[in-house]
Design a protein around this ligand. Sequence first.
Ligand code: GLA
Length: 343
Amino acid sequence: MNSTDSPTDAPTVLGWAPGRVNLIGDHTDYMGGLVMPMAIQFRTVIAGHRGGGAIKLTSGAVPGGLDVDLPVTDAAATEPRWGRHVAAVAQLLGTVEGLRGHIESDIPLGAGLSSSAAVSVAAALALDAPGDAIDIARLCQRAEQLATGVPCGVMDQMAVLAARRDHALLLDCSTMQVEHVPLPASASWWVVHSGQERELASSQYAQRRADCEVAERLVGPLPSAELADIEAIDDPRIRARARHVRSECRRVRDFAEALRAGDLPSAGRLMDASHDSLRDDFEVSSPALERVVGMLRGTPGVYGARLTGAGFGGCVVALCEPTVRLDGWQVTASDGALAGDRR
Ligand code: GLA
């Protein structure tokens, strides 16, 4: 009997990745803009053995295991759905050597905390994907697009790979340059679920991205476009989308400054402004998100609150005084999967 036949043996491969929350900078990554997520304490772990001609994973988080033959040719058709993220990574890597093991996760599903990016990154590491954090992030971004059909950006994958404990990750998605911004010890971060799953996210997301691409053809790269050129765009919808991307990138920069200066009231105001722009110019909020944001803004000790991630449901992130307690998850800035690694 070889090691692949005995999944109860101590695992010989391990891939893990955390979830993430985006503090500010949404719907900017796919237009080459700035984002500022942090990895959080929840994580997904894949442990097992290499060998055989299939990927077989049991799961403690959701019923149903993954059993897919290699090489994978149609990851998007894989069942169960979470297995598509693993299968897509294997398809893009051209993996032929199998993996047998187990997957565990405590990242809340469907909340916009990048549970799927964590699955693909954990799978990429377990399948020994080559390259550095940027190479693996790009691979997993393509895997996400293949698995879901959503033309996502690269923020989530970079956050769960390259983030650093006690820091937020300032990422310029045009150059892929990363800066680790220390988080003030007096800042407390909460994530509150709106109660709404993000079902409409995929088709709406693609439409928003297409709107931005129309704007880019008119005025050039949106993060650095002239405001006068944006205000001259005829179509009010396209104009508003472009205005959001440009203003959001400026808010990310100012937010990083405010955090470096320990100025939490200013950081909170920038989060509020970001939310308002996502609601009014980008139209990705929802009544459920508005209720939570309104409630949080009326709570003493909350500096600012905004929807986080793609929108259309999911979660709100709030910057709070340390004494505040909310009905949600208090999250801490954790290491990404390759945080301390110079590969
Ligand atoms: C999702 C995508 C990211 C990013 C956000 C919105 O999380 O996966 O690439 O576009 O939405 O900021």
